[in-house]
Design a protein around this ligand. Sequence first.
Ligand code: ATP
Length: 242
Amino acid sequence: MSLATVDLRKAFGGVVALDGATVTFREGRINALIGPNGSGKTTYFNCVTGMIRADSGTVTYGGTDITRKAPHAIARAGVGRTFQLCRVFPRMTALDNVLAAVRPGGVSGGLRGARHRAEVDRARGWLTRLGIEHLIDIEARNMSWGQQKLLELAGVLMGEPATVLLDEPAGGVNPALLDRIGTLVRDLNAEGRTFVIVEHNMDLVMSISDHIVVFDRGRPIAEGPPSLIRTDERVLGAYLGS
Ligand SMILES: Nc1ncnc2c1ncn2[C@@H]1O[C@H](COP(=O)(O)OP(=O)(O)OP(=O)(O)O)[C@@H](O)[C@H]1O
């Protein structure tokens, strides 16, 4: 389902973070959202996922208005996200972290028996798919930054989102892991998931995106395929601060 915003606005005191962002991220694509530091990308993700409330404007998902919905309702509707400063529970194992992502009430309480086993199998499946199954019993605080990012993503995927928002997936990860993330995103997209990726690593953005939206000062200034964005004068100008 397509994720769209119309005239989204958000100010923090005198700082205008979003200044009328009208954007459509189409279903089935690997979309990228790029722009200079402070151009409003994370604020955009926060408004879209209900983490902060926009001052005005609308957010729709698959044509349904989700502007004022709570984060858990937006997640349930099929929009999952990761965070720039990766969010995992440091003192929980990888398995418990992934299970916690779909059991907000806690890991130990709740499910028993066959349903519990089915969920554990599914969690193990995601950990395997992300290449960190060997860490299943390791607490998150004992993992590398890159491993924690993969763990966070495993938790998001456990919720079976149709649309996945990734906030700087390449930030602070080594080149080998970067390749793995790129391949994974392409594979998950081939299976039907839509992506919106905020990322500063232009090699990754240019190599995996179908469609790029460029923000400057809280609104889109250009959009199109990588071949067009690479040479767009407005985009070059925004990055050079002109
Ligand atoms: N909670 C907040 N309180 C005050 N100002 C904020 C807050 N969050 C964001 N801002 C400001 O809003 C503007 C947009 O910030 P935002 O983090 O959305 O940009 P960004 O494009 O994600 O930046 P970066 O690429 O550096 O992560 C910036 O000027 C920032 O300082």
